[in-house]
Design a protein around this ligand. Structure first.
Ligand code: FCB
Length: 467
């Protein structure tokens, strides 16, 4: 597949140490949902209920990466990638013990403390994966939490309970003790601005809970838990890089009217700044989103200092952007996201492609005084790909990457300290409530057999990274 003639960039233009990789997450690819001592997570519980996920699909088998991880590493190597972002399934590794509840220990499990039992079989899986990556010269970026909370913790309040802070901190510490010799780049949370509103406000993702109060509480505790986990990683390994990952959705006023401009600021505060500003010393964005004053009732003692952490990098995920119009919709938000062009081409997720949105987010977060460096930790496109005669032609995905990579380079030229780029996703996988239909992969997956086939975009990456 030929790149568009106007795309002139070469991978080396991004800098000699720039990292190039692809990203995945545990629940979306591993399968083996109840094997080798894994407990159910909130996504197991949620997807096993009826009509929570399209066509009642679930991640029980997913891409079978638990069995086929070596093929995943081979795919990364074939594309010439030097980094891989994946996540650990908490419920495979550490079984939280809750006072007064029956505890359960998997075969070979050992007690780490009164609140945690460790499952060595789960860690063996990640050790094997990490060793294969190192053998292939691929640097692992390991996310501790990509949305799959142990169901056992959800039944005692999940993210909406202050206890989550100590459980998450202990889980992080155990992961560093077990895997720290193989991991030098940690990512603490994936996209709080997605898993908290969708899981605890609107109830459309696991654990399927609703309510503004619960959402605000969970948001505050997630930030405290994030910083506590990061501090505990730092205390156990002073030489590693620690980052965290946010979702971004560029919010541009739909018109010059003051109402639309203020609405865009409210939307931006909710979608982009709520989980960044307080962490980097700017406080909750109360001026632009006054509803956040309701958060005050959950803020205790030194919380506002404790939720800060001196991260080595911020991971920026971006897929789309919107024009924001003032609206009566949601009384505390009064903002409605609209597409840029009325008849714009939408992806299989219904998202509009807008590369300048990624550029603008990188430039903006690059100007925060306390943000030292940035990685694009997710960016990609879902299409209705078709496998024909052993090949998957996806010219539109190639164009997507070319346009977004140009935007990343523009951000670098404008001074944003971007040090790496991870395409979402290595594989077609379980796309949460949307099930298996939206295909984001650089490799096609046949979900019945588990077979992988590199798409033409995968071959394009190989050419881009190896020439
Ligand atoms: C992000 C998620 C990731 C994937 C992409 C499409 O919000 O982090 O797991 O689902 O969207």
């Amino acid at each position: 597949m030929n790149p568009a003639p106007e795309f002139q960039l070469q991978s080396r233009d991004f800098g000699p140490d720039f990292l190039w990789g692809a990203a995945t997450s545990a629940y979306q690819i591993e399968g083996a949902w109840n094997q080798d001592g894994k407990e159910p997570s909130i996504w197991d519980a949620f997807s096993h209920k009826r009509w929570r996920v399209k066509k009642n699909q679930n991640g029980d088998r997913a891409c079978q990466s638990y069995q086929r991880y070596k093929e995943d590493v081979t795919l990364l190597s074939r594309m010439g990638m030097n980094a891989y972002r994946f996540s650990l399934a908490w419920s495979r590794l550490v079984h939280p013990q809750i006072a007064g509840r029956t505890s359960w220990s998997p075969a070979g499990g050992y007690r780490h403390s009164s609140t945690a039992i460790v499952n060595p079989c789960g860690f063996d899986y990640y050790k094997r994966l990490l060793e294969s990556l190192h053998a292939a010269g691929i640097r692992p970026f390991v996310t501790l939490y990509h949305w799959d909370l142990p169901q056992r913790l959800e039944t005692s309040g999940g993210w909406a309970s202050r206890d989550i802070i100590k459980y998450f901190e202990e889980y992080a510490a155990i992961c560093v003790q077990e895997l720290g010799h193989l991991v030098k780049d940690w990512i603490v949370l994936n996209e709080p601005a997605v898993f908290l509103p969708l899981g605890y406000l609107l109830g459309v993702h696991a654990p399927g809970r609703r309510g503004l109060k619960r959402f605000l509480r969970a948001s505050h505790y997630a930030l405290l838990a994030q910083a506590a986990a990061a501090r505990s990683i730092r205390s156990l390994d002073s030489g590693c890089q620690i980052g965290t990952t946010i979702s971004t959705d560029g919010a541009y006023p739909a018109s010059d009217s003051q109402r639309d401009q203020i609405a865009a600021r409210r939307y931006d505060a909710l979608m982009n700044r709520l989980y960044v500003d307080p962490v980097f010393g700017e406080g909750y964005p109360l001026t632009d989103l006054p509803m956040l004053k309701k958060m005050e009732q959950y803020i205790k003692g030194d919380d506002l200092a404790n939720l800060q952490f001196d991260f080595d990098f911020l991971g920026v995920n971006n897929y789309t952007s919107h024009r924001i119009k003032h609206a009566v919709w949601m009384p505390w938000l009064k903002a409605r996201p609209l597409p840029f062009a009325k008849r714009s081409r939408r992806t299989a997720m219904g998202w509009e492609v807008y590369p300048a949105g990624l550029r603008d987010q990188l430039i903006r977060f690059g100007t925060y005084e306390k943000i030292k460096s940035l990685y694009v930790t997710e960016n990609g496109i879902a299409l209705d790909d078709v496998l024909t005669n052993g090949a998957v032609p996806d010219a539109e995905r190639i164009r997507f990457f070319q346009n977004y990579l140009s935007a990343v380079r523009d951000a670098q030229r404008a001074g944003a300290p971007v040090q790496g780029y991870f395409a979402w996703s290595l594989l077609d996988n379980f796309e949460w409530a949307a099930g298996y239909r939206p295909r984001f992969g650089l490799a096609w997956v046949d979900f019945a057999s588990g077979d992988r086939v590199l798409k033409e975009s995968g071959y394009w990456w190989r050419e881009f990274l190896t020439k």
